[in-house]
Design a protein around this ligand. Structure first.
Ligand code: NAG
Ligand code: NAG
Ligand code: NAG
Ligand code: NAG
Ligand code: NAG
Length: 239
């Protein structure tokens, strides 16, 4: 009894195996975009003799299917934004949004019955914002110990610090940089560059002496305005 059931399951496996081998799945490339972009998902080596094409948003949600004639668009959030080019298999999506990030799947049926699958992962990310560098200073003997923090709101980024003589070694890169300025030896500027796969931004601070920062041009402008306003007020009071 028991052995017969085993025979059954064995023959079932043998029946199923060829199909497993025919459905070849290939991990395609990764793609990045920013919200609002138009994106084209395509693979470079689409089989020429394809009988049908299906694009999936996730493994169980079809976007569009083509067998002959017109592509059929399913009732998804892509319905009015996606266009399939049946010859190349390319899927064009207008006005992409962060929620559209996913691993898309293209399933192709060849005329010999073989099925092939490509996966393309799409990540839709906001461009990074301009970072702000904050400085903590600690005088110690004649030296100035500095803790420079590169601050950015709620975004996953990579940090690269530069000083006068180039970039810092990779193992020192992070949101916080610690340096010691001596009277003889200090860098007059530091730049923090933040980047993600779709963009990068940077900020620079300058030093006029080991422990004194140059006021940024914006601060300087505000100060000038304050002087003008105060002078005007004083003039008015005197009248
Ligand atoms: C996206 O494509 C549409 C036409 O389909 C065009 O009007 C629009 O300007 C494009 N947007 C971008 C960001 O390229
Ligand atoms: C000072 O000079 C030494 C040796 O040239 C160097 O390793 C160090 O990073 C310098 N420090 C600063 C803050 O410039
Ligand atoms: C940071 O850099 C690493 C290595 O270059 C990369 O794999 C990762 O995607 C980057 N992360 C961001 C948020 O850019
Ligand atoms: C900083 O940004 C400016 C443009 O905003 C760019 O020209 C410069 O190359 C950037 N510098 C670094 C070190 O990333
Ligand atoms: C730092 O100095 C550079 C030139 O040396 C200047 O272009 C930049 O505006 C300065 N930045 C600040 C924040 O003072």
């Amino acid at each position: 009894m028991c052995s017969r059931r085993r025979e059954w399951s064995l023959s079932l496996e043998i029946l199923l195996l060829p199909h497993l081998f025919l459905a070849i799945s290939i991990q395609g490339h990764s793609k990045y975009a920013i919200p609002g972009d138009n994106v084209t998902l395509h693979i470079s080596n689409l089989p020429k003799n394809h009988k049908s094409l299906t694009w999936f948003y996730t493994t169980d949600q079809k976007i569009v299917e083509w067998e002959f004639d017109e592509p059929m668009y399913f009732n998804t959030k892509f319905k009015n934004r996606a266009t399939l080019h049946p010859q190349s298999g390319a899927l064009f999506i207008r006005n992409i949004q962060k929620e559209d990030s996913s691993t898309y799947l293209l399933r192709v049926l060849k005329d010999n019955g073989d099925e092939k699958e490509w996966k393309i992962s799409l990540m839709v990310l906001d461009p990074v914002q301009k970072p702000v560098i904050t400085v903590k200073k600690l005088w110690e003997m004649n030296n100035c110990k500095l803790m420079l923090s590169c601050v950015i709101q709620d975004q996953s980024v990579n940090y690269t610090w530069y000083w006068e003589s180039g970039s810092f070694p990779k193992q020192l890169q992070g949101s916080v940089l610690q340096v010691v300025h001596t009277p003889e030896n200090y860098s007059k500027s530091y730049t923090c560059q933040v980047s993600n796969p779709v963009s990068s931004q940077n900020s620079t601070i300058n030093f006029t002496s080991p422990c004194v920062q140059a006021s940024s041009s914006e601060v300087a402008r505000t100060a000038t305005w304050l002087v003008i306003i105060v002078t005007t007020l004083l003039n008015l009071l005197w009248i």
